[in-house]
Design a protein around this ligand. Sequence first.
Ligand code: GLN
Length: 485
Amino acid sequence: MTELSIEKLHNLLINGEISSEALIKEAIAKSYEVQKKCNAFVTIIENAKAVEVTDNLLSGIPYGIKDNYSTKGILSTGSSNTLKNYIPIFDATAVEQLKKAGAVAVNKTALDEFGMGGTGTTAHTGIIKNPWDLSRTCAGSSSGSAAAVAAGVYPYALGSDTGDSIRKPAAFCGIVGYKPTYGMISRYGLFPFASSLDTCGVLTRNVKDAAIVVDAMKKQDEKDLTSWASKDMHLYESINGEVKGKKLFYIKEIVDESNYPNISEELKKHLQIFKESLKKLEAQGVIIEEVSIDKELLKTIPSVYVCISCAEATSNMSNLTGIAFGPRGNGENIYEIMKNHRTVGFSPLIKRRFVIGSYILQKENQERYFVNAQRVRRLIVDRMKELFKKYDALILPVSKGVAPKLDELNDEINDESTVLLEEHLQIGNFGGFPSITIPNGMINKMPVGINITGNCFDDINVLNIAYALESQMNYKDMTAGDYRE
Ligand code: GLN
């Protein structure tokens, strides 16, 4: 049953055809199965309790929480050895909101350590595998959430997105990933990675479910001063699929085949699938235009992201010393104790990012790297805002192709297609823009995704376009192994 949508499960619960107890039991049993195959969880909440079913769409339905959300009385590690024994005394606001709605958390999902990474290979509990093909990555950092939702453990799991961490894993696992406008959901209790980019969000198997969950999570919160009042914005109720006359654009420099002289068969096929989807929207009266953006500007995206995210992460994570929380390090004095905790606790990838961040934040380097990165971020965001005056949204393929094989992963950003096709989702974080990925087809029996990004506060519009496209395709409510052409 847990492979059904929230809407369907709610109807079955309300009509008494299933019970919340049975659903939770099923989700826990499936968690153990998926854990064996995909290694998707840090904790399975064995004693999760059923709640009363109310008219709230989420009541009584199980879900998963990425392990970088603080959960009261439940281990919350951020998938890091530095917090391997940390049990918070409070819930993140997003989690508290879902509790109020009657949602029942059944597990904490594994991630790339503290959300830093895109492969699902740096969690302290080991590599997370893609349920479509266990030899492949789920991408990251919300890898465990994506694997679990795709495997049908429950209809949704929470994710967080600083660069693409909800939207890329969603694409590689054939599901929906929605990052709302920055500040719609309070970040209080989300372990901070890069505060100016971090966004809470959700992974689901259809667009309406994503709207339902974010409706419940969102709130203006005095504990997060970047959160804003969205109580009059009703995402789920506003989805009507009416898109006639909407104007979308795609970026020529990213999508045009002629940019890639040695194009692979896989990329060729992916770009072809993308263009077929544009036609499906055009058939519904959507106007789609090609827009040119300076390629040099687009190519700065990964460096701008690295400068800003590493600098903010280095500062945010300087509290991880093993003194206030986490296992105490060994040593003769406080400095040795803290040094030992960080040396032993962090994975090499994170340490590398802290070295970069510290370098960038050094007084003599700040102007050259940090401040300049902020300036280029501004140029990119300004260009997008200018385009959003004329267009309702940007539409692009999520990646070069399908999820890479785990043994072929490398984190080098060397060729043009990687720079242009694998990094552009970061634009959504630079501007705090609402952005959603939905499944867009299959290549060699693996899913690929398409992304829609709109202007700040224009979430309803973005969801509507995604919903209209989803309705024209055959990938709604898909689970891993359910091959569809
Ligand atoms: N893959 C990106 C990184 O490595 C994005 C991470 C994220 O969005 N949390 O930082």
